[in-house]
Design a protein around this ligand. Sequence first.
Ligand SMILES: [Zn+2]
Ligand SMILES: [Zn+2]
Length: 408
Amino acid sequence: MKALVWQGVNRVGVETVPDPTILQPTDAIVRITSTAICGSDLHLLDGYIPTMVHGDILGHEFMGEVVEVGREVRKVKVGDRVIVPFPIACGHCWFCQHDLTSLCDNSNANAKLAEKMFGYAPSGIYGYSHLTGGYAGGQAQFARTLYADDNLFKIPGGLTDDQVLFLTDILPTGYMGALNCDIQAGDTVAVYGCGPVGLFTIMSAFLLGAGRVIAIDRFPYRLAKAAALGADPLNYEQEEVLEALKLRTGGRGPDSVVDAVGMESHGLGLGGLADAVKQTTRVLESDRPHALRSAIISVRKGGTVSVPGVFGGFGDKIPLGAFMNKALTMRTGQTHVHRFVPRLLEHIVKGEIDPTVIISHRLSLDEAPHGYHIFKHKEDHCVKCVLDPWAAPRQGNASGTSKAMGAD
Ligand SMILES: [Zn+2]
Ligand SMILES: [Zn+2]
């Protein structure tokens, strides 16, 4: 089959690799009909998540049709159309039993490796380095999925792939990002980052009762997307964030601030430059936490900082003095996707959420390296690339291998 593989820092390419097979009796093989490139895939591309190996298949946002099941699979049937949550849940450990599926104790085959970094290991994740299990991802024509009965969600007929694909990650991630703000009716929520997760956080914040959402980014086309969802745009290259947020909230500050950017945020001034330089070493500082710092500083006293943005290692100069003295709450985590799929699916069916509005590009799998390039460099007004693993490439975009350059 064809698959998009990691070939080294800033290099991905489409290669022909062996088809996946059933390895455990609880596995299922999915023929992938739609898959997407995620912002967190860029952290892999850029080499900021350790333990990547040449040939690793990327992709953790995918869906398709079940074509084979292991002998212990009971609920999932061949022919079922399913979405596959990015964290892998065993379904029976303490964490899975408590709806904390991204913390599953059994699905990370390399738990020992992750324990060395984090103390305890998070769940396995498809296509997301050997730290999270080393499982082949879904930017491919087929994928092996684990614990099929506890992970694959059957999709009702009548919904398109585009409507449900993002239930695998970014829609629940934006939703959990908003939920973690503990929004009270009428609250003001500021959201750092108007990428796919930020946009879904904005939609979810309104759904959960926010009176106002202020969207912070530096790309006008992304701020325009946020404004179309009802948010007030704030361009941090034109306005100083803390002052602007004070001005817009009568001096009190937003009730919560969401960091939907994570480890590769862009900072202004010397602090931002120092982070960027240290991060290029991938040792001195693995994470560039500018948005997180600004969130802690700009949220109101007693407010909440919610962090759906991904971090992998260590960050410098987190303003702990502000965090403590302002009596803040911080909530974060990889998304417990399984917990949110049923209610979000209901919102989609009722037409209360339309996830398709964030799609900017539809590409064939062969064009995926081009998709990584435009997504990383914010070219061609790229917000979200959806890939069809079976489509023939259109002329011009099938670059085979992408050497993405420049951002770092
Ligand atoms: Zn993702
Ligand atoms: Zn589990």
